[in-house]
Design a protein around this ligand. Structure first.
Ligand SMILES: Cc1cc2nc3c(=O)[nH]c(=O)nc-3n(C[C@H](O)[C@H](O)[C@H](O)COP(=O)(O)O)c2cc1C
Length: 165
């Protein structure tokens, strides 16, 4: 089963997680890049990113060449922004057909709950049941063996799900 890990990351934590998952699952990576970059410093970072998240924006993305047809499994990853998932992932989900793919969700937060971000992602994806999820607290900035264990467990769960089908 070919796996694509699609992610947006402003400060490298979600990128770190996506790369670790890609190496566990032997998957490919697709980094989403908004055409208008979000500020990455100081008050402006929280203000504009937070506003974009609360307003449920779908920012225009730089074009990418990845063809989803080549993948049976798609892992979607984004940071938690103002309690929700960061908006570039919304643009991706709205512009791609993910029907029939095995899906899984990943978020990185600064410590706040991922529950709303996962619930909103599932709603946007129109997935009725549960999906495998992984939540890490800023894993690049705060290296922790617990993160490694959680990533390995998440990937094991995905592979077990594949064998069930
Ligand atoms: C605009 C903005 C809003 C954020 N909102 C939250 C939040 O509501 N809860 C939380 O725990 N962390 C929040 N954070 C922290 C990030 O989720 C956390 O640092 C995450 O690891 C960043 O991922 P990244 O390095 O891939 O960008 C926020 C960060 C930004 C920039």
């Amino acid at each position: 089963m070919k796996t694509l890990i699609v992610y947006f990351s402003l400060e490298g934590n979600t990128k770190w997680a996506a790369e670790r998952i890609a190496s566990e699952l032997n998957g490919d990576l697709l980094a989403l890049t908004p055409k208008a970059a979000y500020p990455d410093k100081g008050f402006r970072k929280y203000f504009w990113g937070g506003k974009s998240s609360v307003m449920k924006e779908a920012p225009e993305l730089e074009p990418y060449k990845t063809d989803l047809k080549n993948y049976e499994r798609v892992v979607l990853a984004a940071p938690v922004w103002a309690g929700n998932f960061a908006p570039p992932l919304r643009t991706f989900i709205q512009s791609e057909d993910l029907t029939g793919k095995q899906l899984a969700l990943v978020t990185c937060s600064g410590g706040g709950s991922p529950v709303k971000a996962f619930a909103n992602l599932k709603m946007l994806l129109k997935v009725p049941g549960e999906l495998p999820t992984l939540w890490l607290v800023s894993p690049r900035e705060k290296p922790d063996q617990k993160n490694e264990t959680a990533i390995e467990e998440f990937c094991r769960q995905l592979n077990a799900e594949k064998e069930d089908n």
